[in-house]
Design a protein around this ligand. Structure first.
Ligand SMILES: [Cu+2]
Length: 119
């Protein structure tokens, strides 16, 4: 009788353990970066963003347009076409870990630069 109970308990433990270890699939996320701060500063907000491989950065036009997003020597990630209206946006998905610097062409001299860190 005792043996039967212990067998039942170990079976139960196995079921619980397998439930705990069935990990959720990692869902890709989208992170927003404002182009122009809420206070009207010529900057990306946040200027540095840390994401994971497969995640997407969405740049949303906010204030002080026109803006664009340029990654040096990378026409795939860049969005050179200027945005003028609030709410206009660009998206880039990052599939490879690394650090990616970008800037806004009209306002680079004013310090409107940013960085995407992909882990
Ligand atoms: Cu700009």
């Amino acid at each position: 009788m005792a043996k039967k109970i212990s067998l039942l308990l170990s079976a139960l433990a196995l079921v619980i353990t397998s439930c705990l270890f069935s990990a959720n699939p990692a869902l890709a996320a989208t992170y927003e970066v404002k182009m122009g701060s809420d206070t009207g500063m010529l900057m990306f907000e946040p200027s540095t963003i840390e994401i994971k491989e497969g995640d997407t950065v969405k740049w949303v036009n906010n204030k002080m347009s026109p803006h664009n997003v340029v990654f040096d020597n990378d026409s795939v990630k860049s969005h050179k076409q200027l945005v003028f209206s609030p709410g206009e946006s660009y998206e880039t998905t990052f599939t490879t870990a690394g650090e990616y610097d970008f800037y806004c062409e009209p306002h680079r001299g004013a310090g409107m630069v940013g960085k995407v860190i992909v882990k």
